[in-house]
Design a protein. Sequence first.
Length: 70
Amino acid sequence: MAQRGNQSFEKRQREADRQDRAREKDARRQERRDAEDEGVDADEGALMAEYGRLAEQHDNGEIGEERFVA
């Protein structure tokens, strides 16, 4: 019976450790996202959106290579 209690404790401890690592990983991701958001200029975001739209149209064959490259 004592062994079973010990296994249960170890299982809870592993789960707590896993959750701690997940929280740390999420915090690092959020820090990177915040740093990226601070560095992105509004004009840069608009340009990237326009490029994404043009790339999608190019992939769908709606615009030719000349318009896409220009």
